[in-house]
Design a protein around this ligand. Sequence first.
Ligand SMILES: NC(=O)c1ccc[n+]([C@@H]2O[C@H](COP(=O)([O-])OP(=O)(O)OC[C@H]3O[C@@H](n4cnc5c(N)ncnc54)[C@H](OP(=O)(O)O)[C@@H]3O)[C@@H](O)[C@H]2O)c1
Length: 257
Amino acid sequence: MEIKSVAVVTGASQGIGRATALRLARDFSAVVLVARDKESLETAASEITAVGARAMVIAIDLRLPSSAETVIKGTLERFGRIDALLNIAGAVPQIDLFQMSDAEWDDGLALKFHGARRLTTEAWAALMASNGSVVLMSGSAALEPKPGNAAVAAINAAITALAKAFAEQGIQDGVRVNSVSPGAVMTGRRQAFFRKWAPAHNLTVEEAIKKFPEQAGITRFGKPEEIADLMSYLVSPVAKWMTGASVRMDGGEIKGI
Ligand SMILES: NC(=O)c1ccc[n+]([C@@H]2O[C@H](COP(=O)([O-])OP(=O)(O)OC[C@H]3O[C@@H](n4cnc5c(N)ncnc54)[C@H](OP(=O)(O)O)[C@@H]3O)[C@@H](O)[C@H]2O)c1
């Protein structure tokens, strides 16, 4: 079977990345699923093959500098092309600015910033060949930095800037690059956040999850599938004049312009 279009999705073992990989199986002939947990990736891959797309699992730690080359070479050897790269993996520590160690800062940067930067650079020639597109995952914390989420905010802001730098080059090279900034989406990462946030606010985790949307001025949490639909739009031909954009989807939480 001819492979017409290939999407590489990082963070595909769970949460937003998994939802995106499944969503893209409707639009692309093959989806490459990247994260560390092989078993979860294989379960997602079997859901993709069940809807008729091809799937390839690459279980790898994207913090390692060599991983980008392994992912991109492996994809090109198997499928021969890359049309979309969705850098979604992220696990930036949510630790107070005055408590966070250098090692924790480096760890957050190693995956979410450098991992995405290296993959995008490594995939660039293939993306030029396909007139492909890239999405980098930022986050709305970048717009309201606080001491409790300083690393998340600063790294997300850096990613938004990085996406614009790639996009500028992409105008000449025929590659579109956008970034996405979700608000509060209910995933494993968000639940882990509440396990820390709740006791600090004298609440149980259940109470905190109930209270948070009201405090944030929204009606509910976002769903991974809603972000996945946005991702799918950004890498689709419909968005062919969209590049260098930083797209927010947060249920209206950020009221600033
Ligand atoms: N949920 C939200 O409210 C929210 C809001 C704004 C932005 N975001 C961003 O959206 C992205 C996804 O978040 P999520 O909530 O879906 O998180 P999640 O459920 O915790 O998923 C994170 C993904 O990253 C992968 N990952 C973690 N460490 C990795 C490593 N060293 N190498 C390769 N893959 C790794 C995980 O897979 P393995 O553990 O299998 O490696 C997993 O697939 C993150 O970049 C996050 O910052 C989320």
